[in-house]
Design a protein around this ligand. Structure first.
Ligand SMILES: Nc1ncnc2c1ncn2[C@@H]1O[C@H](COP(=O)(O)OP(=O)(O)OP(=O)(O)O)[C@@H](O)[C@H]1O
Length: 273
């Protein structure tokens, strides 16, 4: 039997029933190792901050976890099932949803259309179904309207009245809210947020975090992993933080613990030089 590395063993012991258990995860792009034998876990209902200087592997981790990249080696067990080797659609259907660093909204489309697009693989899209089963099509459409309305009501009630307006007429913070709602439409167990504060003012960021905390309170057992450079956001909403540097985990703990960690200070100061 091959022995597991010490860090993997201690991580598994720390979280015997984690929603996500990452073991020795490695992702290489040619000669570059973006994730280097990463071991970590994400607990049920936990909000985990993923930190690290630019290029430390944070987004690559999201891309591997959501099936966009296939890991070079290692394992990600999500909800007792191996993720590596599954397609992005399979992973999404199993309850992992994400937002992206750069906005992926279609500006001329309405709020409703943008949110529902995220779930299109669940819709009955057959031409014959749409043409000849008008009643069933209408019922499916109405059920999506009800779902989107319910979600907007949880996340941001003022958006309900504007559900059929094009996204281009909305402010940056509302666009971000719409993106988070799109990710939440499938009622995921794990929500991955890639720098939700990017491009927003301090006040907008605070308001968005209020909404995310609210959602967390209302959607039972939702786990969130948040990539974020704004330290006050991290401090406010995370239960635990993991810091990466050159694809390796260099620190883990509460916000207070990781900010006091000399390894973390060196990683960030080193980057500023
Ligand atoms: N598709 C790719 N092909 C080649 N190299 C890549 C690819 N994706 C990421 N990388 C490299 O992997 C490393 C980690 O990148 P990644 O985007 O994961 O970092 P990050 O921590 O998310 O950075 P940032 O905070 O700037 O978004 C970087 O050196 C990056 O250039």
């Amino acid at each position: 039997m091959s022995a597991l590395p010490k860090s993997a063993v201690s991580d598994a012991l720390a979280a015997p029933q984690a929603l996500v258990q990452v073991t020795d995860l490695t992702m290489r792009f040619g000669g570059l190792t973006a994730l280097d034998k990463l071991n970590m876990h994400i607990g049920d209902g936990e909000v985990v901050g993923l930190l690290g200087p630019n290029g430390s592997g944070k987004t690559t981790f999201f891309n591997v976890l959501t099936g966009l990249y296939k890991a070079s080696s290692g394992s990600i067990i999500y909800n007792n099932t191996e993720v590596i080797g599954q397609t992005p659609q399979e992973i999404y259907r199993s309850g992992v949803a994400r937002t992206f660093q750069r906005s992926r909204l279609s500006l001329p489309l309405t709020v409703f259309d943008n949110i529902v697009i995220g779930d299109y693989q669940h819709m009955n899209q057959g031409l014959l179904f749409n043409l000849f089963q008008r009643k069933a099509f209408r019922a499916e459409y109405d059920s999506y309207v009800a779902k989107v309305e319910a979600l907007l009501n949880i996340f941001s009630p003022p958006l309900v009245a504007r559900m059929f307006e094009p996204v281009e007429t909305f402010t940056m913070i509302d666009r971000r809210r719409i993106e988070v709602c799109r990710a939440l439409l499938s009622r995921p167990r794990l929500l991955l947020l890639d720098e939700p504060s990017a491009g927003m003012t301090h006040d907008e960021t605070e308001a968005l975090m209020d909404d995310i905390l609210q959602v967390r309170g209302k959607l039972e057992n939702l786990s969130i992993v948040l990539i974020e450079h704004e330290m006050n956001v991290i401090e406010r909403i995370t239960d635990r933080c993991i810091v990466l540097n050159y694809g390796k985990k260099i620190a883990e703990g509460t916000y207070a613990e990781i900010t006091a960690d000399p390894n973390v200070q060196t990683a960030y100061l080193g980057e500023a030089e």
